[in-house]
Design a protein around this ligand. Structure first.
Ligand code: URA
Ligand code: SF4
Length: 200
């Protein structure tokens, strides 16, 4: 994989950046996916939320967090009184990775090589938005910001200082949807978010 670096323009214009990402062939994932799903939100946001990759709905729609995981995230943000419009939402990987099973497209975790290939876009977004706080949703986001060894279970609900921002982690909203005890998982997710959004 050549990676995304050659496709990232030298610009601080978010729309120009998004445009360029729409033409990225930095890894093979663009071949089967419908479109690039770039980050979205306020370029002045103080907080960036990072997911894993677009899901089926996001791939078809072109916008991040519009499917079931996005709805759960919206509900949680609502519960803690955070307005989604004040945030910047993106994903570690910008194309949907899936396998076709009949008519259904089943989500596949991105490979390490694909996460690495896509990181220049995430870096460019963090550079451009320059947030104070970065919240990683799930293992893939956490690893793409903090390295392959970072563990959500050890980090969740806490923040650590990096050079340019504080970074914290919690589980991915899809894992809440899959949990055996959904109510409990949701409560823990909201609890993590509450602590992460506390001024640090
Ligand atoms: N899951 C993610 O990680 N990101 C999305 O945009 C949607 C679902
Ligand atoms: Fe480019 Fe990322 Fe899409 Fe791969 S997943 S083609 S690196 S935007």
């Amino acid at each position: 994989y050549p990676g995304a670096a050659d496709y990232v323009p030298r610009t601080h214009d978010l729309d120009a950046m998004r445009d360029a990402a729409g033409r990225c062939h930095g890894c093979d994932l663009y071949r089967d996916a419908t479109q690039t799903v770039f980050g979205e939100g306020s370029p002045d946001a103080g907080t960036v939320l990072i997911g894993e990759q677009p899901g089926n709905d996001e791939d078809l729609d072109g916008h991040p967090f519009v499917g079931p995981a996005g709805h759960l995230l919206d509900r949680a943000l609502d519960d803690i009184g955070v307005d989604r419009a004040t945030l910047y939402l993106t994903n570690a990987v910008k194309h949907f990775r899936f396998v076709q099973r009949g008519k259904r497209r089943i989500h596949q975790q991105p490979r390490r090589t694909e996460i690495v290939a896509c990181t220049p876009w995430l870096t460019a977004e963090l550079d451009l938005v320059a947030p104070e706080l970065v919240i990683c949703l799930g293992a893939i986001a956490t690893q793409s910001v903090l390295g392959a060894k970072a563990k959500v279970t050890e980090l969740r609900g806490r923040t650590v200082e990096l050079e340019h921002f504080r970074v914290g982690a919690t589980v991915h909203p899809s894992s809440v949807l899959r949990a055996t005890d959904r109510k409990q998982a949701y409560a823990e997710f909201v609890d993590d978010l509450t602590r992460l959004f506390e001024p640090g």
